[in-house]
Design a protein around this ligand. Structure first.
Ligand SMILES: [Zn+2]
Length: 271
């Protein structure tokens, strides 16, 4: 299996049998130069949406239509995206917590997640205006999008591949008790955890602690959501602090600080 980080929470996963899955690909308005654009994506079997915030969902309609991939997302979120661009009905798979969906040879378990509250967001990131969106153009785009697409229940996705390899994208989740249970019962070997803008709040490390209780948990950890969103250095998390924190708390874990757009290969035999 190989995967690459596409910026923000976006990951592309390609299984050994060639199943292509995108999770939260956000490319068009990303403040970095995203390694690919939505129009570069020719093939996808599934696109998974953890929650319908602009920085996770902007490019979904285009990618779903271009590729013919199935879209796994909440029902209300699908309805909202449909208002932005009409999506082919037979590609839509409305999901809720703990649904299990088969895509090609992969089994996808929809896990429960809880987003940061608005108050926590305001503490962790300075206002968009202060952080680079001087013209208000970005905020206007976000507002227009969010007026149509509303977030209901945030989700994570735990994918069991054809080979048996299990990878879990926790979505924009803060630590909740259910994480330990998923980890124990579903046994993901790789976990992609949220490290939100500004590491001071330590949500990233707390998430790792939540999924690695009782000595049971993934062997490999990757971060998501740690890069800048609004075009200013002040919103970037120093992901090295996260890596250091995890290594200190769990020396046996492998923590990656993925380079944008670079492929990383994983094989089942490690486990
Ligand atoms: Zn986000």
């Amino acid at each position: 299996m190989r995967l690459r980080w596409l910026g923000c929470s976006g990951y592309e996963i390609i299984t050994d049998r060639g199943t292509v899955i995108y999770i939260d690909p956000w490319l068009t308005s990303h403040a970095f130069n995203a390694p690919i654009s939505a129009s570069d994506i020719e093939r996808a079997d599934a696109v998974l949406l953890t929650h319908a915030h602009f920085d996770h969902a902007e490019d979904l309609p285009e990618i779903v239509k271009r590729t013919g991939a199935v879209l796994l997302a909440g029902k209300e979120e699908i309805n909202g995206l449909n208002q932005i661009e009409r999506l082919p009905r037979d590609q839509l798979r409305p999901v809720q917590w703990d649904d299990i969906v088969q895509v090609e040879g992969c089994k996808i378990h929809v896990t429960k997640a809880k987003h940061m509250t608005q108050a926590q967001i305001e503490v962790s990131i300075p206002s968009i205006k202060e952080s680079g969106d001087k013209s208000g153009e970005f905020q206007a785009k976000v507002n227009e999008f969010q007026a149509k697409v509303r977030e209901i229940l945030p989700k994570g996705f735990l994918i069991t591949m054809e080979s048996g390899l299990r990878i879990w994208h926790l979505g924009s989740c803060i630590p909740i008790p259910e994480l330990a249970t998923y980890s124990e019962v579903l046994r993901p070997q790789i976990a992609i955890v949220q490290v939100p803008p500004k590491f001071e709040d330590s949500i990233g490390l707390e998430n790792v602690k939540a999924i690695c209780q009782k000595g049971i948990g993934p062997s490999i950890i990757l971060p998501h959501h740690h890069d800048k969103i609004f075009g200013d250095q002040s919103t970037i998390t120093d992901v090295n602090l996260f890596v250091k924190g995890v290594k200190q708390a769990f020396p046996e874990l492998k923590v990656l600080n993925p380079k944008l757009g670079r492929y990383y290969q994983f094989e089942l035999q490690y486990w």
